[in-house]
Design a protein around this ligand. Structure first.
Ligand code: FAD
Length: 400
């Protein structure tokens, strides 16, 4: 007799898991509260569906917080395996100049989702839409709210794939923390990751800097430095140049209520090189014109420097270059969770075994963004969902 598996939630982690469970061993049902699968997956594809990253295993694993979080699952289903899996579904991929992996030009996120849904059909997975999981009955049946009223379902195994708490419009609201808490399972309140970071810009400069990028910079918080690009918003900073520092910034905010970051606006030039370049100004150029020319500074950088330094400091080459190499900004809070790309928080990693089984609720598993771990953008978020889903499918297929 086949065992029954209920997968609750219908995002990336649920889909690969359901595709990869052996239909000869399991009768698989997905329960999703929306009327469609993968709404966040589609949102993720809005600016280009970054499926994974092509870098080597050692570097890849180090992107996660905690560092060893994905090690085992990734060794079973790596970025190369994910690319092969997607290709097998008929979706061709390419590696961009940054090493990120995308579907080939012309393939839309909905095409990728359709290809995965086709595979669900092939695997005879039953999909139940408009089923909102609401908790457990006294005898640990799963309780669902449906259009026809409350429904109780008993299954041999249950896998929770409820997602994080950002972009609640996609269905992942993180509103299930209390249900697990009542089962004595430790949960961590959600907070934003890969989000905007709030900075109080001087009012008189906002108009001239809002929407402007700072390219080819490095950003440092605590001992972590990341190179990239950020965009200045009216309320702070965002972008791939600062997202990977989310764990460090969050930690500082928790400890001190503010986080200092230091931007090197010219990481390719040393302090001495810059001093050398600006020390022999041409008599035809003003002091600022000479800075712009010799150091290749743009208007936004000049506005930022002038807003921070008084006139005498701006005119002092050593103070000026010190600030170019170490431009200090204070982050007062994380941006709203609703707008964040991902979240941390959810089920504590201490609560799950190495096979993603809840230690206090045998035969119940948790995978995907609902686990308390962090990863930057760049394909690492989806890869972790796919690696966990495939790893768990292999584990369960081997178990019966
Ligand atoms: C704007 C944006 C851009 C992104 N870009 C990228 C990117 O380019 N690359 C990348 O790697 N990652 C990206 N991500 C992150 C990535 O999309 C997510 O990490 C990933 O989709 C999470 O998958 P999941 O399966 O854990 O959860 P989700 O995809 O969030 O799925 C959870 C599902 O559970 C359902 N659900 C929730 N509660 C219940 C309930 N009580 N009952 C029944 N169903 C329920 C939800 O409706 C939802 O369908 C992006 C995210 C956002 C918001």
């Amino acid at each position: 007799m086949k065992k029954t598996i209920s997968i609750i939630g219908g995002g990336a982690s649920a889909i690969i898991l359901a595709c990869e469970l052996d239909p000869k061993k399991y009768s698989v049902s997905i329960f999703e509260k929306n009327t469609a699968l993968g709404r966040k997956f589609l949102v993720a594809g809005d600016g280009g569906l970054n499926l994974t990253h092509s870098e080597n295993e050692k570097e890849f694993i180090s992107r996660y917080t905690p560092n060893d979080f994905l090690k085992k699952a990734f060794s079973h289903f790596s970025n190369k395996d994910l690319i092969a899996w997607i290709n097998k579904l008929g979706v061709e991929t390419f590696v961009g100049s940054s090493g990120r992996v995308f579907p080939k030009k012309g393939i839309k996120p909905i095409d990728v989702l359709n290809a995965m849904e086709e595979e669900l059909k092939n695997q005879a997975v039953k999909i139940n839409f408009k089923h909102e999981w609401q908790g457990f009955s006294e005898t640990n049946e799963l309780i669902f709210k449906t259009a026809a009223g409350t429904k109780k379902i008993k299954s041999d195994l249950t896998v929770f794939c409820l997602g994080g708490a950002s972009w609640p419009v996609t269905g992942s609201k993180g509103d299930w923390l209390e249900i697990f808490e009542e089962k004595n399972i430790k949960v961590i309140p959600f907070s934003a990751s890969n989000c905007s970071f709030k900075i109080e810009w001087p009012k008189n400069i906002i108009k001239s800097i809002e929407g402007k990028p700072l390219k080819n910079i490095s950003v440092k918080c605590n001992n972590k430095i990341h190179f990239g690009e950020v965009v200045i918003t009216s309320g702070g900073l965002e972008g791939s140049g600062i997202y990977p520092l989310s764990p460090q910034i969050r930690e500082e905010l928790n400890k001190k209520n503010e986080a200092k970051i230091f931007i090197d606006l010219k990481p390719d030039l040393s302090f001495d090189e810059m001093i050398e370049r600006i020390s022999k100004p041409s008599s035809k150029l003003s002091y600022t014109e000479n800075l712009v020319k010799q150091l290749n500074l743009n208007k936004t950088q000049i506005v930022l420097l002038k807003s921070k330094l008084g006139k005498s400091d701006f005119l002092d080459p050593i103070t000026l270059v010190n600030n170019l190499k170490n431009f200090e900004l204070t982050i007062s809070s994380l941006g709203p969770i609703e707008d964040a790309i991902s979240t941390v928080g959810g089920i504590s990693l201490n609560e799950i075994s190495e096979n993603f089984e809840l230690k206090k609720m045998k035969n119940n598993f948790v995978i995907g963004e609902m686990l308390d771990c962090d990863a930057p953008t760049g394909g690492y978020l989806l890869q972790s969902c796919f690696s966990m889903g495939k790893f768990l499918a292999n584990h369960l297929n081997d178990r019966v």
